[in-house]
Design a binder for this molecule. Structure first.
Ligand SMILES: [Zn+2]
Length: 234
């Protein structure tokens, strides 16, 4: 299994480890890759890779039981021994309230979230965490906030970090506002503002029949993706 614990609540992880234990008791050999301390602690045998990532990794740095790992000087052994300390929380200045939320499985839920500090919404899978956060988002819809979802990013030649952060729409509005209300569409390289040469891709792609396509920076916009008309606005 490759990281079965990803995104799961400790309660759900417990259900997984119970299932794994049953599998083992039926005589199966189980190999799994995981970072989660609770999962590692259930192992009969641990293999640690390291010492670091990428080109600084590639070695077996530990093999043995979990108890031996806890006493080892490897990076995982040290991390598992480390006591977590938290700084004194900052006093919140104000609160966001949501009242009587009844969407999905929420049963007339009211709650509040402090502003200016970090809040974690926790609970087992399917308990209503995302629905509650959705309700808070609706409340602040007229304020500035950035929403990063779990959705995988649609990766294609038109994606940029700004696509991932979902800030292109507000940026377009800002450009429009700063330039006497010029159409926001002009600031989209997927539409009206696209460089006419590369059609907003920033590169020219020449398909080759039996080889990889040749990719060159666009001579007109020099990779900026936008038309001259769009680029004159700042
Ligand atoms: Zn271009």
């Amino acid at each position: 299994l490759d990281e079965p614990s990803v995104g799961l609540h400790p309660h759900d992880i417990k259900l997984i480890t119970q299932s794994l234990k049953k599998l083992k008791e039926h005589g199966n050999t189980i190999i799994l890759v995981d970072h989660n301390p609770a999962i590692i602690s259930t192992a009969d045998y641990v293999v640690e890779m390291g010492p670091q990532a990428g080109k600084n990794g590639g070695q077996v740095t530990f093999t043995g039981t979990y108890d031996e790992l806890l006493r080892s000087d490897t990076i995982t052994g040290k991390m598992l021994r480390e006591k977590i300390t938290f700084p004194k929380p900052r006093e919140p200045q104000s609160w966001l309230n949501v009242n009587h939320v009844t969407s999905h499985n929420l049963k007339d839920v009211s709650s509040r979230i402090p502003q200016g500090v970090m809040t974690v919404v926790s609970g087992p899978a399917g308990s209503g965490k995302s629905t509650l956060v959705q309700a808070f988002k609706q409340q602040v819809s007229d304020q500035d906030y950035i929403d990063l979802s779990q959705d995988s990013v649609g990766l294609n030649i038109r994606s940029t970090p700004a696509t991932y952060l979902n800030i292109l729409n507000p940026l377009r509005k800002l450009f429009s506002k700063a330039n006497n209300g010029v159409s926001t569409q002009l600031f989209s390289y997927n539409g009206k503002g696209a460089c006419p040469r590369c059609k907003g891709k920033g590169v020219m792609i020449t398909e080759m029949a039996f080889m990889d396509p040749i990719v060159q920076e666009c001579e007109l916009c020099h990779g900026k993706r936008y038309s001259q008309e769009a680029l004159q606005y700042t």
